[in-house]
Design a binder for this molecule. Structure first.
Ligand SMILES: Cc1ncc(COP(=O)(O)O)c(C=O)c1O
Length: 459
């Protein structure tokens, strides 16, 4: 699977346009590392680049493509939908597609989660949840978790603790307090301090580095919310739609949130769609009077194309039993990676649930003792090793990325349609790359050589 490194970016016409008009900084970063590829086609768990090279996708659009890229059943349904001359959005009458999806989706959820507020991205849906909680409780404050990721809108950034994302945009929404994920005492003391509308958290922190909550934690959070009159908002934008081995991660926790946020995998990776689900009681308290009917609204939110994609995706997830496949293949992948990476000097832990797996990088004690400059070494291992290994994997034909908040955790989250025979391929590819990266010094020197060469070669 090994491929030659390109001397500069691919020369594909998309690169110059993207660099000039879309995201110049990203292109600079990709150039410095020598990514050198434009992906032009995707099917199932496979992607192809401009040169026809094939890659196993263990990123799945950051957990958006649970049913695999361009699932034939979804693309067929959407092609037929486009022949129907359907009205995309009317806003002055009920939308059949929005109603169909809401009914189907809420039939998979426990009562009282019955009402769906539509939007177009996870970030918007998180903000819809925050607005709903404020309007329903008439309280201002929010508690969020250190390490959580909820999107890059102004409201969703206000409930994210990572200074890399927050600092350039502060001041953010007032009244948002952070608590450590997994610590009930700290949560309770924050709840006592202020009048809190909602506690917002993910069941498993994905971009925080695949951090699982301690057993019973989510149930205790819900109890504390009830005690202090706050609502519990569960962000399942990345963990939902079968990703962690059940349709929704909260099912495995014996808890029902007051507000559930879904996005990403909800519409099969093709159409933008997100939803904030709540109970009729919370909805009525927030928006139940005639002058509030449009306090949550969005021109494209719940459009017919996206809802049709959502409905077909839900059917595919259910009929292909993808949550069960995710649990089964995820366990095999987790155990296989643990075995293959056991005693690796740069791997501290492999953890996860279903097909959401994190490889925690870091120096093991033995290696750390032999380093002369521990602070520098720890900085390098946190900032460089994950990016370098992701690049090496790319060059071996495997796509994955470090978590957004934790570059020292490689996230492995392939489409849930990954076939049993593809799991050993993934384990072998990852194992081989780690085998070549056993020494921090070698990794840092190789990364340095690449960066200086790319800098010289930059067109
Ligand atoms: C848990 C979680 N919430 C919200 C978001 C934001 O979603 P979007 O990028 O669609 O705004 C993400 C994105 O990665 C996420 O992982």
């Amino acid at each position: 699977m090994s491929m030659p490194v390109e001397s500069h970016f691919s020369g594909h016409p998309a690169t110059e346009k993207y660099a000039r008009h879309v995201n110049p900084t990203l292109m600079r970063l990709l150039n410095v590392l020598g990514y050198g590829r434009v992906f032009v086609r995707a099917q199932g768990v496979w992607l192809w680049d401009h040169a026809g090279r094939r890659y196993l996708d263990a990123l799945a659009g950051f957990g958006s493509v649970n049913i695999g890229h361009n699932h034939p059943r979804l693309t067929a349904r959407l092609k037929s939908f486009l022949q129907e001359d359907a009205l995309q959005f009317s806003h002055i009458s009920p939308s059949p597609a929005a109603g169909d999806l809401a009914e189907a989706l809420t039939s998979t959820l426990p009562p009282p989660l019955e009402i769906c507020l539509y939007s177009n991205s996870g970030s918007e849906a998180v903000e819809a949840a925050m607005k709903l909680a404020r309007a329903a409780t008439k309280r201002a404050g929010f508690i969020y978790m250190d390490g959580g990721y909820h999107g890059t809108g102004w409201g969703s950034l206000s409930v994210m603790s990572n200074p890399r994302f927050r600092k350039p945009l502060e001041p953010l929404l007032p009244g948002c307090m952070a608590a450590p994920f997994g610590n009930l005492d700290r949560l309770e003391s924050e709840l006592k301090k202020e009048s809190i509308a909602a506690v917002l958290l993910e069941p498993i922190q994905a971009e925080g580095g695949v951090v699982l909550a301690p057993p019973q934690y989510l149930r205790q959070v819900k109890k504390l919310c009830e005690k202090f009159g706050a609502l519990m908002i569960l962000d399942e934008v990345q963990t939902g739609m079968g990703r962690t081995g059940s349709l929704f991660a909260f099912e495995a926790e014996g808890v029902i949130p007051d507000i559930l946020v879904l996005g990403k995998g909800l519409s099969g990776g093709i159409a933008p769609l997100a939803v904030t689900v709540t109970s009729p009681t919370t909805y009525r308290k927030a928006y139940g009077t005639m002058d509030r009917f449009d306090l949550h609204s969005s021109t494209f939110g719940g459009n017919a194309f996206s809802c049709t994609a959502g409905l077909e995706t839900l059917r595919i997830v259910q009929e292909e039993c993808l949550p069960r496949a995710s649990a089964r293949e995820g366990q095999i992948l987790l155990e296989g990676l643990r075995q293959r990476l056991a005693n690796h000097p740069l791997v501290q832990e492999v953890r996860g649930r279903g097909l959401l797996i994190g490889i925690q990088l870091g120096l093991t004690e033995q290696v750390r003792l032999h380093q002369a400059a521990p602070a520098l070494v720890s900085f390098l291992s946190r900032k460089i090793v994950g990016q370098w290994i992701a690049l090496q994997l790319l060059e071996k034909g495997i796509i994955c990325q470090p978590a957004a908040h934790r570059w020292d955790v490689l996230k492995i989250e392939p489409p849930l349609t990954i076939q049993p025979q593809e799991i050993p391929q993934l384990i072998q590819g990852i194992g081989d790359v780690f085998e070549d990266c056993r020494s921090l010094t070698k990794v840092v020197m190789a990364a340095g050589r690449r960066i200086s060469r790319q800098t010289v070669l930059r067109p």
